[in-house]
Design a protein around this ligand. Structure first.
Ligand code: NAD
Length: 441
């Protein structure tokens, strides 16, 4: 991972999540003080350590996590990530983002997240299968269709979800267990549209944001210059979908570096190159750039779609984009948020921008519970409706908070961001349900 050299800010993702939450609280008119700690803290954190037989007949011990952040609005929901840098703070923050995301797009879930510390690039398919199955066995009934429902995230995919489903199903024979996990292959209860849902949601959200006139100097995606960091599920599909509506993709990157062509890259050909060679780097007709250069290159829209804490105090001032669409979770630090706000860069926050994935996961869950199969037209129509509504709610709330700011609310020295607005909506929805359900006993 690219690490900062000059900045002393915290790159602990949960510290950043907490700062975002506390910042949003300053815009809330009234909240029961006693529930604030409950709203930010994880409800439950599981650590599991388990042995796995490796291909060379050695045994390795792996460390996995599953954090259930909050489930007052419904079962926990959130991906499982395989990455060498996975740690408790990261998983906790990602779980908190899920709590807020499911609230802001108004689906009946809470927030969860999981991860295993491992490097999938150095593991065989057989090793990944054994790691996944043993992890699910270790989690036992801490996951389930009505308790906590995993999904794909960085370096996990529909095959990983199939192994999770199969293992859980073997442990619970005689029941319809399809809804224990989403992002499954189509043949075993996956939903059409799930593989593209995160990026498609980012597209619909960006279109609506521009339609609402929220980004000065940028009226439409048609003709806009776009740079995308990360070329996996979220990034590569976003590049293709934004290109399809007329945007020019001027730079993309993955963990090995980036490429740039001001005349525009063909995202489909770039993906074919990545599939053949393992990286976008080396694509014909493009010049090589670093991930750092990608983040600060000349473009209208920057889509960070890789890992967290990529735009920070030390590089935020150099960002040239007018709009940042957070396809990744937590790609901006709170310090970067401040710098970007001063520069007038609009940030469509992760809890809205990448919510398309969990929205279609919700559709998959509903289809599984009802033994239904929806067609793509229905999934896309419902996804667009959810994303448009979430953006409208966020922009409307932003306008209302700006009015509050003009009246000197709370003595806040700077105005609200879209992130503040989305979080205020989420926190108020969750707090309302906490009090409606009542504190028991
Ligand atoms: P993925 O594993 O499919 O792709 C990750 C991509 O990031 C790869 O191309 C990888 O090479 C690249 N990458 C890794 N380290 C990098 C670095 N230091 N610099 C540049 N690129 C780097 O993962 P994904 O599912 O696309 O997830 C990407 C982000 O989107 C994550 O933050 C994830 O939490 C978020 N997200 C994903 C989904 C989903 O449905 N997949 C939903 C919501 C949010």
């Amino acid at each position: 991972m690219d690490m900062p050299t000059k900045s002393a800010e915290s790159l602990d993702l949960f510290v950043n999540a907490r700062q975002q939450f506390e910042q949003a609280l300053t815009w809330i008119e009234s909240i029961k003080v006693g529930i604030i700690d409950y709203l930010i803290s994880p409800k439950r954190t599981l650590h599991v350590r388990f042995p796995v037989n490796m291909d060379d007949e050695s045994i390795r011990t792996f460390h996995g996590f599953r954090v259930l952040h909050n489930r007052v609005r419904g079962p926990g929901k959130g991906g499982i990530r395989y990455h060498p840098d996975v740690c408790e703070a990261e998983v906790t923050a990602l779980a908190a983002f899920m709590t807020w995301k499911t609230a802001v797009v108004d689906i009946p879930f809470g927030g969860g997240k999981g991860g295993i510390v491992c490097n999938p690039k150095e593991l065989s398919r057989g090793e990944l299968r054994r790691i996944t199955r043993r992890f699910v066995a270790e989690l036992g009934d801490n996951i389930g269709p009505h308790t906590d429902i995993p999904a794909p995230d960085v370096y996990t995919d529909s095959q990983t979800m199939a192994w999770i489903y199969d293992t859980f199903d073997l442990m619970h024979p005689g029941e319809n267990n399809l809804a224990v996990v989403t992002g499954k292959p189509l043949e075993i209860g996956g939903s059409v549209g799930r593989d593209e849902a995160t990026a498609r949601g980012s597209l619909y959200a960006s279109e609506q944001l521009l339609k609402r006139g929220a980004v000065p100097g940028l009226k439409a995606l048609d003709g806009a210059c776009v740079a995308v960091q990360g070329y996996g599920n979220a990034g590569s599909v976003a590049a293709r979908l934004f290109h399809e509506v007329g945007a020019r993709i001027v730079a993309v990157s993955d963990s090995r570096g980036g490429i740039r062509n001001d005349a525009g890259l063909d995202p489909v050909q770039v993906l074919a190159h990545k599939e053949k060679t393992g990286s976008v780097v080396g694509f014909e007709g493009a010049s090589k750039i670093s991930n750092e250069e990608l983040l600060t290159c000349d473009c209208d829209i920057l889509i960070p779609a890789a890992l967290e804490c990529q735009v920070r105090q030390d590089n935020a001032a150099n960002v040239k984009a007018k709009l940042i669409v957070e396809a990744a979770n937590g790609p901006l630090t709170t310090a970067a948020d401040k710098v970007l706000q001063e520069k007038g860069v609009i940030v469509l926050p992760d809890i809205v921008a990448n919510a398309g994935g969990v929205v279609v996961s919700y559709f998959e869950w509903v289809q599984n519970l009802e033994n239904q199969q929806w067609d793509l037209e229905k999934v896309d129509r419902k996804l667009r409706k959810k994303m448009t509504r979430a953006v409208d709610d966020t922009v409307d709330r932003w306008a209302a908070l700006n009015e509050r700011h003009k009246e000197g609310f709370n003595g806040n020295s700077v105005g609200p961001t879209l992130r503040d607005a989305a979080l205020v909506t989420a926190i108020e929805r969750i707090a309302t349900v906490v009090l409606q359900r009542d504190i028991w006993p």
